[in-house]
Design a protein around this ligand. Sequence first.
Ligand SMILES: Nc1ncnc2c1ncn2[C@@H]1O[C@H](COP(=O)(O)OP(=O)(O)OP(=O)(O)O)[C@@H](O)[C@H]1O
Ligand SMILES: [Mg+2]
Length: 274
Amino acid sequence: MSTRIISVTSGKGGVGKTNIVCNLAFCFASMGKRVMIMDADLSLGNVSVLMGLSPKYNVSHVLYGDKQIKDILITDANGIKILPASSGSPELSHLTESQKISLMARFEEFASAADNEGEPIDILLIDTQAGISPNVLYFNLAASEIYVVLTPEPTSISNSYSLIKILNTRYGEKYFSVIVNNVRTEKEAKEVYRHLSLISDKFLNVNLTYLGHVFFDDNISKSVSMQKPSLSLFPDSRSSLSIRKVAYNILSKKDDKISDGNIQFFLNKVLSAV
Ligand SMILES: Nc1ncnc2c1ncn2[C@@H]1O[C@H](COP(=O)(O)OP(=O)(O)OP(=O)(O)O)[C@@H](O)[C@H]1O
Ligand SMILES: [Mg+2]
């Protein structure tokens, strides 16, 4: 099976991307999938914190030190591979062109090395920063599927539209999937999706797919404090059930872009975008 390269992104910050990524990774891993998370919030990454891990090295050691991707890659107790970001390196929030090339060259080395256990990753989840910075656009362009997370707040809806608009009008991205977080009912989620679809259909040439919603649930903030995916701590909670539905929808969905789906493709796509 080829690797699905999925970016999980948002126009507005704090909408739940990292929680969704960590929980989806946990869900996929528990189904026997080989999963990797790339923490692409390079300067202020949270994935390791949410997974209760304290990596010794991170992407800054690849860019500024002599570490290779395989040296910074960690594997959690569930077999999820994580590429940790730095936590507090502002210079990484705007990668230079040469850093992008260097990072991807390291990725390429890793992808072609024999010591990455030889087995392909089924799903690579890229947890991006929020917003429309060059880093965000870069990682979204590199992915073969773009999942936009938003909440019912009008600011979140309008910032999602802005992100989709830039990716569409400047870079020709057409396919986006939508996950609505922090909702109390399915009806509320559908309403948010309808709102975003209406403005997108009116002004852009895009194709939006509704991937599902995640219910607002205090268990999510509790699991953040406990540094474990909420799906592992509260598997029967309302939010966990809704996240599992999203995971099933992802598995039954086809790739958005035609790709050979391997890491090599990811690299080539990124390199051609710089
Ligand atoms: N469904 C939910 N129910 C309740 N709280 C939630 C839910 N989803 C996320 N949260 C809370 O929202 C906060 C932000 O979540 P998270 O860090 O995943 O967002 P983010 O989009 O990754 O943020 P950033 O843009 O800063 O990277 C967390 O404190 C988390 O506990
Ligand atoms: Mg985050």
